[in-house]
Write a protein that binds this ligand. Structure first.
Ligand code: LMR
Length: 394
């Protein structure tokens, strides 16, 4: 029976990891999977996380099960990080999930449970795994124009015109900040226009917030999510701690369901808790506990925020240096978008043939759609990358 299973291959992001491993060329440049690397090329454990881990090792007295939705302290600390201290807690149901992907998956499950036949509108392009999970769950997906490859920016008119098709009960999946893969986010006005079109159709926004702190700072990166929650009666938020706490392999995420009023919260909380039970019973707790300790201790939190700010500045500096090098080599400003984009990623507009040439002729690995992970670039590799980009005809 199992011999009849369909064959699956790794997606574009994971395939690159395998290719890189078997490439013997020295000096190969990995701009694939979204992982931050410091100046030495390492993905460090953040200082505050390490300190929390040591404290936890000393203080932890049991490995018994956590609460089914996740520990209340974790859920509350993350709610405050994402929505701010003033948001009405009584409206928010939440579960801890294995990573941001776990939150995305549980969010889609919740939507399907609430409304069989739900349609999910997705930015074109979006993170490949959004599409893959939606398709796996049999949920209808409707792409809407989002990124204009000519301007390398958000296609605001195209986006609003496509979203005019929204019907009541549709869902719009948005990226709270640092859009993956494009690097282009709507401005505040663009978000207000999105809110208007979503609300006037009676649609529901779902926000994937995987990079809070990597764009313009922790508060600024939450601003769009908070604006949506202030204006829309119901919102789902799938957030990840992988990047901003650097705990990728601990699988730490959260799904928040912001309800119309406190009276409807128990229903959502019951459904979310049930989903945890059906999927994996209890969510993983180690990463969640570290996050709670860091967020709830003033000293650890200040240290974490300082280090996170440093990581963000490093990404901003890399963007500036790459744009400058490309300006010099191309004698033009056509790559200035690299500096304007936010977060780990940018779409550089490379065709599949140019992506292959970057890999085969220059040992530079970028995702097949032309996405580069700036946060994985070393400052010393900027000239080689710029040179290769021009060489392949970008
Ligand atoms: C990425 O887009 O590279 C990250 O979100 C990692 C992943 O799981 O794909």
């Amino acid at each position: 029976m199992l011999g009849r299973l369909p064959a699956f291959s790794a997606d574009g992001i994971l395939r690159i990891k395998e290719q890189l491993r078997s490439d013997p060329r020295p000096g190969k440049i990995d701009l694939g999977v979204g992982v931050y690397k410091d100046a030495t090329g390492a993905t460090p454990i953040m200082r505050a996380v390490k300190r929390a881990e040591r404290l936890l090792w000393e203080a932890e007295t049991t490995k018994s099960y956590t609460a089914l939705p996740g520990e209340p302290e974790y859920l509350a600390a993350m709610r405050r990080l994402i929505l701010g201290d003033d948001f009405e807690a009584g409206r928010v149901a939440a579960i801890a999930t294995p990573g941001g992907t776990g939150a995305v998956r549980q969010g889609f499950e919740l939507l399907r449970m609430a409304r069989p036949g739900v349609r999910v509108f997705v930015t074109d392009p979006t993170w490949g795994n959004h599409l893959s999970i939606l398709s796996y769950l049999g949920i209808e997906t409707v792409p809407f124009r989002y990124f204009d490859p000519a301007t390398h920016d958000v296609d605001a008119p195209g986006m609003l015109s496509d979203l005019a098709e929204l019907r009541e009960g549709d869902v719009v999946l948005l990226h709270g900040c640092c859009h993956n893969p494009s690097g282009a986010d709507p401005d505040a006005q663009g978000w207000q226009a999105l809110i208007r079109v979503i609300n006037s159709a009676g649609a529901v926004p779902m926000i994937d917030l995987a990079y809070q702190g990597f764009g313009d700072g922790l508060e600024a990166d939450a601003a769009a999510t908070r604006a949506v929650c202030a204006a829309c009666p119901e919102v789902l938020i799938a957030a990840s701690c992988s990047k901003n706490f650097g705990i990728y392999r601990e699988r730490t995420g959260i799904l928040l369901a912001v309800m119309q009023d406190a009276g409807s919260r128990p229903l959502a909380q019951g459904a979310l808790t049930h989903l945890n039970r059906q999927s994996y019973s209890f969510p993983p707790d180690h990463g969640a506990r570290l996050v709670t300790m860091v967020l709830n201790d003033a000293g650890l939190r200040a240290d974490w925020q300082g280090e996170l700010d440093g990581m963000r500045s490093q990404i901003v500096s890399l963007r500036g240096a790459l744009a400058q090098e490309l300006r010099r080599r191309s004698n033009s400003g056509r790559f200035d978008f690299v500096e304007a984009h936010r977060g780990m990623f940018s779409l550089i507009g490379a065709s599949p043939a140019q992506v292959a040439s970057l890999r085969d002729d220059h040992a530079i690995y970028v995702i097949g759609d032309g996405r580069i992970n700036i946060a994985g670039l070393g400052m010393g590799d900027v000239p080689a990358l710029a040179k290769a980009m021009i060489k392949v005809g970008l």
